[in-house]
Write a protein that binds this ligand. Structure first.
Ligand code: BG6
Length: 456
């Protein structure tokens, strides 16, 4: 009972959101550098040019992670920092940054989890068609090879892509994320297909080039549906809703997960998307469906579903007054119970929550500290739900809080704070929030203190 002995207690961040040094060390431009120059695209014209200046402060940051007691840190690698044009030329200075970061993490007893792509696509490749170009999967595989060659003697845990649905959907369909495109569905699905191929090819490269033991996963976002009432009918309805495709858009699980784990696009999706589905090459599905070691999934919230009168799942409206985070996301901790349960049932892979957390109203109090009781309560609820899933047989291996530190929240700029560590963006001072100390105690007890009430 409780969490398994070797449970991975982690926190996450991503390159563009924290590194800064956007124009330093030989880094090439990414589509996010370009997006930040577009008037009106980002809250108050914020940019990731400096962000948390992690590129220069990674040592201090690793020391803070150790203070929190993190067992693992999930970071992402900036493709254009490593390969300024996306292919061919390697920027040794950029690669050296990740080399030093990994050494620093290991020196602090923190296990690195490296994500190859968390949305900062090389601008040069965007100019060559970006993900719309089928060659993108080979570009990505080439880049993966460079990184694996350099880091795999020390990095064993790999994540190919973070939330493809989001960078494809927001970036190529509704245009709010880089590269800011509003493409027709047929193009969006072509992008999706190339992205999935890139995932598959990268897995092959990681496995073939790894110098040591390697565990490979993927980190899609989980759209979670929970039963309105815990009865058989509503459980069936929520499972069905979680694994079905209803609309001509990206916002489902199966289009992004079934090919990777089951080797096929879902039948209902093929029907709904119809002639917008791209041409699928004879060996494409084989390439996409590579053996993976874990099912990484980012879960922030879920919505309730009941069995409707016609035997069809029906989403029920949010109860009035339900708690919302500063991102306006419902606080629905049972998403961390039902999500892992349903995903494990369908994909049969050990589950790692690669992101979970909340944006909160955090500021430095008069006593100089950052009190975030809401975040502590949020984490406590969600971890209890996850523990319950594990106790009922779901193979849950790890949990990563989003995020280790406040950071550049994409189109929302610096307006949302998700961190365990508060960042003053003017001075770059870091302050551990109360939640960081709380998490430290949880980690130290391997979750045994999770039932103790503590609010800051
Ligand atoms: C995920 C991303 O969507 O959640 C993170 O992987 C992001 O990069 C986090 O910061 C918070 O979500 P959002 O939608 O506010 O960016």
């Amino acid at each position: 009972m409780g969490f398994p002995k070797d449970f991975v207690w982690g926190a996450a961040a991503s390159s563009y959101q924290i590194e800064g040094a956007a124009y330093e060390g030989g880094k090439g431009l990414s589509v996010w550098d370009m997006m930040c120059r577009k008037p009106g695209a980002i809250w108050e014209g914020n940019t990731g040019d400096v962000a948390c200046d992690h590129y220069h402060r990674y040592k201090e940051d690793a020391a803070l992670m150790k203070e929190v007691g993190l067992g693992a840190y999930r970071f992402s690698i900036s493709w254009p920092r490593v390969m300024p044009e996306g292919t061919a030329k390697v920027n040794t200075e950029g690669l050296a940054f990740y080399d030093k970061l990994v050494d620093e993490l290991l020196a602090n007893d923190i296990e690195p989890y490296a994500a190859l792509f968390h949305w900062d696509f090389p601008y040069e490749l965007y100019c060559r068609g970006g993900w719309l170009n089928r060659q993108s999967c080979d570009w990505f595989a080439e880049y993966a090879g460079v990184v694996v060659e350099k880091l795999s003697d020390r990095v064993s845990n790999w994540i190919t892509l973070n939330e493809p649905k989001c960078f494809v959907g927001f970036g190529h369909s509704n245009g709010t994320y880089a590269p800011g495109l509003k493409l027709p569905l047929s193009d969006v699905l072509l992008v999706a297909h190339n992205v999935l191929l890139a995932h598959g090819k990268a897995v092959q490269v990681i496995r073939s080039k790894s110098k040591g033991e390697c565990r490979v996963g993927y980190a899609p976002v989980g759209v979670v549906k929970m039963p309105a009432v815990e009865n058989e009918a509503d459980i069936k309805a929520s499972r069905e809703a979680m694994f079905s495709i209803e609309g001509k858009n990206c916002w489902n699980n199966t289009w992004w997960m079934d090919p990777v784990f089951l080797g096929r696009y879902p039948e209902d999706g093929l029907k709904v998307y119809g002639t917008d589905v791209p041409k699928i090459g004879p060996t494409d599905m084989e390439t996409i469906c590579q053996p993976l070691d874990f099912f990484g999934v980012n879960i922030y919230y879920g919505s309730e579903v009941r069995m409707g009168k016609e035997g069809r799942p029906q989403e029920i409206p949010k109860p009035i007054g339900r708690g919302l985070t500063m991102r306006d996301w419902s606080i629905t901790e049972s998403a961390l119970y039902w999500g892992p349960k349903f995903f494990y049932e369908r994909y049969k892979k050990p589950v790692i929550i690669t992101e979970n957390g909340m944006a909160n109203v955090d500021w430095v109090a008069l006593d100089g500290r950052v009190h975030d009781p809401q975040r502590i309560d949020f984490l406590q609820r969600h971890l209890r739900a996850l523990r319950k899933a594990g106790e009922e047989g779901v193979d849950v291996r790890g949990y990563f809080i989003w995020s280790i530190m406040d950071n550049f929240e994409w189109a929302l700029g610096f307006s949302k704070r998700f961190g365990l560590i508060y960042v003053d963006y003017n001075t770059q001072q870091r302050i551990l929030k109360d939640s960081a100390y709380w998490y430290r105690d949880i980690i130290a007890s391997n979750g045994d203190t999770l039932d103790e009430a503590r609010h800051g």
